[in-house]
Design a protein. Sequence first.
Length: 258
Amino acid sequence: MFTVDLHSHILPWMDDGADDLDVSLSLLHKEAADGVRQIVLSSHFHPLDENVAEFRIRRNSSFRQLKKAIENSDLAGKFDLRPAAEIRYNPSLLEIEDLGTLCIDGTKVLLIEFSTQHFPEFVQDVFYRLQTKGYIPVMAHVERFPWLRDNPEFLYNMVCGGAYAQVNADSIVKSKESLSFIRRMMDCGLIHCIGTDTHNMTKRPPHMKEAEKVLASNPGSDVVDYMDEIGRTLLAGRIPNAIIPSKPKKSFWDFFRK
């Protein structure tokens, strides 16, 4: 069972996620029904648009109000909620003042999102330097980037360099193309953890239980337990004991992509 959601936009008023407390509570009710107990509240943070101090003021206010709403509801005591950030990658990441306060609360784990349009410049060097400072970089929803799907060796190199890869439950449930890519990367030990990336109950609700059923449908598969264990280990602030990765082979369709 998936008990850890490593990526969500449940905090209200922060970004394009929950726009009020009612939406936040509805998302949490679905998470509880799916068996999720630990949730990372990873609101978007764009280094070029906002400084860390301003972001933290907004996040702290939102989190206080969400906790109060939870305490006054039937959800009280059901979750371990971890404020964090989904940080848009920028080569100047290491220059961000108080970068550590954007980690998943209680850890040195940084959830980092790439651009869907552009290859991330100098990323291997930046991630290496992050690790020398004690950070654990996790790449958000790696299946969503066309440039990465066309170049899975990039993912292999990043994982060999010490990064971890998160995928979205929605991609497993709703997209056959994404699911195919995720399964290929799983076979190579290149996928580590899962998040809902949930934003609202209409277009982007949590689909953790549904994703669990899809992944557990393969006889003898223990991928759900493996991914959940890695999620729990990251939230404990430790380096996960991940599968040694292997270099992905090109699929038949890769030869037809530009």
